[in-house]
Design a protein around this ligand. Structure first.
Ligand SMILES: NC(=O)c1ccc[n+]([C@@H]2O[C@H](COP(=O)([O-])OP(=O)(O)OC[C@H]3O[C@@H](n4cnc5c(N)ncnc54)[C@H](OP(=O)(O)O)[C@@H]3O)[C@@H](O)[C@H]2O)c1
Length: 319
């Protein structure tokens, strides 16, 4: 595993990080999730990403991750991993369990720490921009989380370029630099290229790309319809059936041919394609099996693209 510096910080993150959004909830097999985390760490994945609401049920991915830590990461091993959590989406009833108030963020962080049985997380994120709460208040909550020792670094997620510029400037003034932006980015989701990546580079903020496989679309999984054990067919999955459209499948088929020419799986090529940009600190994958995880890690064996390959890929994506 190679470790990239996160923006202009002192923190190194693995090129591939593991997220626990799907497959780690109370509805899932605990043993399978535990095996995935153990296999990831054995291969050098030192960064595990959570959020208060991951499950289902919301919170259960953190509870399960706490058990995985207890079973496998005792003692100083905690110092060998980076654990992140977030607050920003709906978590509990009433006016204080959603969006970006100080009240919500800080009580949610306490709840997350309890669920995972941790003294601190490495990174605490504002999960989304809140148009109703002053940005100063949300950023002051992140700053406080760091100053109180409950988080080591602050991050933001799903903020657009302008919101990111403002948030990083406020955090800088407060004395807690913005470490990282967690952004949806893949061959199928290109919006970050329209200004956000430039702001991150200018401000020295790291970038971790989530759903780099477009929730499994950028793999060989949907080449021949929708298999039973797939996120698209899972009632708890966030990949809607409509997203597996005929037009998308045609692109997937064409991309798969280029991947074959590179002796890679489509998943491997999709990850390599993101990592070729040195503004991307890490790609944040999900996996429903150890086999998928290993397949994705092998993407690191070939991160180079010829100009002709890149052109061909752009041609397919632009169709
Ligand atoms: N900040 C945010 O708002 C936000 C939002 C979403 C996600 N995230 C973070 O990003 C992480 C990753 O998101 P994601 O799970 O959508 O990422 P992803 O890597 O795009 O999709 C992962 C899914 O693709 C399929 N897959 C993975 N590798 C495969 C392979 N080699 N071959 C075939 N299929 C494969 C599996 O689904 P199957 O079930 O079909 O096997 C797997 O669960 C999350 O866990 C979370 O930490 C953050």
């Amino acid at each position: 595993m190679k470790y990239n510096r996160c923006g202009k910080s002192g923190l190194l993150l693995p090129q591939i990080s593991l997220g626990l959004w799907h497959n780690f909830g109370s509805v899932d097999s605990f043993e399978n999730g535990e095996n995935i985390v153990k296999a990831a760490f054995d291969k050098g994945i030192t960064h595990f990403d959570l959020a208060n609401n991951y499950g289902p049920v919301p919170g259960s991915a953190e509870t399960n991750f706490g058990k995985i830590l207890k079973n496998n990461f005792q003692g100083n091993l905690r110092d060998e991993i980076v654990i992140t959590t977030k607050a920003g989406y709906t978590m509990w009833n009433g006016p204080y369990g959603d969006w970006g108030s100080r009240k919500y963020l800080l009580s949610s962080l306490d709840q997350s720490l309890k669920r995972m049985n941790l003294d601190y997380v490495d990174i605490f994120y504002s999960h989304r921009f809140d148009p109703e709460t002053p940005l100063e208040e949300t950023m002051m909550a992140l700053d406080y989380a760091v100053r109180s020792g409950k988080a080591l670094y602050a991050g933001i997620s799903n903020y657009n370029a302008e919101q990111t510029r403002e948030a990083t400037e406020i955090l800088k003034r407060l004395g807690t630099p913005c470490l990282i932006h967690q952004v949806k980015y893949s061959m199928f989701v290109r919006e970050p290229e329209e200004g956000l990546l430039d702001v991150l580079e200018e401000k020295g903020v790291g970038c971790i790309a989530f759903s780099p496989l477009a929730q499994g679309l950028l793999t060989d999984k949907y080449l021949k319809g929708i298999p039973e054990n797939s996120r698209a067919s899972n009632p708890n999955g966030h990949l809607q059936l409509e997203e597996v459209s005929e037009a998308k499948v045609q692109k997937i088929i064409a991309l798969n041919e280029i991947a074959k020419g590179r002796n890679q799986s489509l998943a491997q090529m999709a990850l390599a394609w993101l990592l070729k940009d040195n503004r991307i600190t890490s790609v944040l994958i999900g996996a429903s099996s150890v086999g998928q995880l290993n397949n994705n890690i092998d993407s690191l064996q070939n991160l180079d693209f010829s100009a002709a390959e890149l052109l061909e890929i752009e041609g397919i994506l632009g169709q």
